[in-house]
Design a protein around this ligand. Structure first.
Ligand code: PLP
Length: 228
């Protein structure tokens, strides 16, 4: 996988060090994560808060001496934010003002209880085709949401994330994303992360400036189709 990323970076004239690899381990057991840890990976992505919290605890038993970072890459409901704040190193799927408020309040509460000591880094999930069913905020509303995150005491705006729309040309989709990311970065210089690219389209994402690819299938094989 590092070879594929390195090749894509070389083709794009970029340094392989500029693209982080986030292993998406949703619906995989903690023992699979332990194998990836042994291969040197330290950043993992999950899309279900409950599954992730249990897996993080299990991995801490399997590999007690190793610090890993868990990212939430899936849709987050407001009533689940409290369960995410203690373990998440970053939430990549922030896509509404209501969610920003709920996360900010949950961080404040967790800090009072000493369950968390630092603000929570987040990415805005942008919807490249405006279809709300797959998550993400429409591009026209992204600036206002970025400003809201920047003003939230418990949150830190680190950048943007997107999934290429189904059936779209990923190159076009990620070119649009790159322009939006640059626009938000101009307003918020700390928002440097561009999380884009999965197993099927990471070359197109790296070509368009992705700084973090989220890879599941290419690392661990296809997920069983019967999984939830
Ligand atoms: C599952 C998932 C991925 C990884 O997809 P693969 O095709 O398995 O590489 C990346 N990002 C998000 C948001 C996901 O839900």
């Amino acid at each position: 996988m590092r070879g594929r990323i390195a090749a894509a970076c070389a083709a794009a004239g970029r340094s392989a060090e500029d693209v982080a690899l986030l292993a998406v381990t949703k619906s995989r057991p903690a023992s699979d994560v332990a194998i990836l840890v042994d291969l040197g990976l330290r950043e993992f992505g999950e899309n279900r808060p409950q599954e992730a919290a249990a897996k993080a605890a299990e991995l801490a038993q399997l590999r007690p001496d190793i610090d890993v970072r868990w990212h939430l890459v899936g849709r987050l409901q407001r009533n689940k934010v409290r369960s995410v704040v203690p373990w998440a190193a970053r939430v990549e799927s922030v896509d509404s003002a209501r969610l920003v408020d709920a996360l900010d309040a949950a961080v404040a509460r967790a800090r009072q209880r000493a369950e968390r000591h630092h603000p929570l880094p987040v990415l805005l999930q942008l919807s490249l085709d405006g279809d709300p069913s797959r998550g993400g905020i429409p591009l026209a509303n992204a600036s206002a949401l970025a400003a809201l995150v920047a003003a939230a005491e418990g949150l830190v705006l680190r950048g943007v994330m997107a999934v290429a729309p189904l059936g779209a040309d990923p190159n076009q989709a990620f070119a649009l994303l790159a322009r939006e990311a640059a626009r938000i970065r101009a307003e918020h210089p700390g928002a440097r992360v561009l999380s884009a690219g999965m197993t099927a389209d990471l070359e197109a994402a790296i070509h368009n400036g992705s700084t973090c690819v989220r890879v599941g299938a290419a690392l661990l094989g296809e997920r069983p189709i019967t999984s939830p």
